[in-house]
Ligand binder design. Sequence first.
Ligand code: ATP
Ligand code: MG
Ligand code: FE
Length: 332
Amino acid sequence: ITILAIESSCDETSAAVIKDGKVLNNIIANQKIHEIFGGVVPEHASRAHQQNIVPVIATALKEAGVSKKDLNAIAFTRGPGLLGSLLVGTSFAKAFALGLDVPLIEVNHMQAHVLAHFIDEPTPKFPFLCLTVSGGHTQIVLVKDFLDMEIIGQTQDDAVGEAFDKTAKMLGLPYPGGPMIDKLAKEGNPLAFSFPEVVMSGYNYSFSGIKTAFLYFLKEKKQENPNFIEENLNDICASMQHALIHILLIKLKKAARDLKINEIAIAGGVSANSGLRKALQDLALKEKWNIYIPDFQYCTDNAGMIAIAAHYKYLAGQFSSQDVIPLARMSF
Ligand code: ATP
Ligand code: MG
Ligand code: FE
């Protein structure tokens, strides 16, 4: 079974080919245009998807040595994401499936972030907990089976990726800020500064409070010393990253203990963060967890994860009809 998968939910145009459960490639076109604006501009994103989608898919098929007539299904991200961006991938997938007379498979982007763990060995055993941390979401997911998962906790306001990106913006760093904070934090002292951490009920999160606290912290320090940021950049990044990771892991630990689950995974763009990876490894030793951390290319948005999700949906016979429409908000 050979499936072409397309991802276009935000600002990455990506295509992947999967054959009998093995992801053959993962072609990703990043959109440079958003750097100028310091964030993703939806209108520019959908236009860039339109420009990228044909060459990205052509490259994926060619590299995999697969021709159009070899395809058994076309998969695409239905949501959640930017509607204009999702429309490009969805429309292409529908037209392609119709033209080739093969089934269409819709994929939930957040489920796909979780299922990225099944692309390569080792794979987590069911049931496992997945902390999905990305630009738009922060969730603790109880994963009972490939297509059976439940969100047991999530952010009530900002996502943790957003907190990373906004912190970077306040520090005058370029977009996307997460990877930059990660890099600078490596040279800094994580205990140099502390920020108030709001603890939510259950397994929920909140990141808007710490973001505001950080804004006032910078304001105050800059009044005392106009060069405060320049002189303390590494320490500021290390301290903020440390606080964000601490918040993330408290709830993950609570969920794992309450549910008595020791198979623990992380997914999404922020799972690329080296501080989070290290902190998770340390915690795993104490809690006796088996942890699963995705390969870097499968942390941020990619079609490889859409492809593996589509593979399981194909096996389960879950197909979409031609009247499927993309959804900016989509749960599971
Ligand atoms: P969602 O998946 O919620 O729809 P998204 O698709 O935009 O959102 P991803 O592509 O999964 O999100 O992740 C992007 C986010 O990951 C950005 O906020 C980015 O700053 C963050 N990120 C990427 N690498 C790192 C890193 N090394 N450290 C911290 N954050 C990072
Ligand atoms: Mg992105
Ligand atoms: Fe994502």
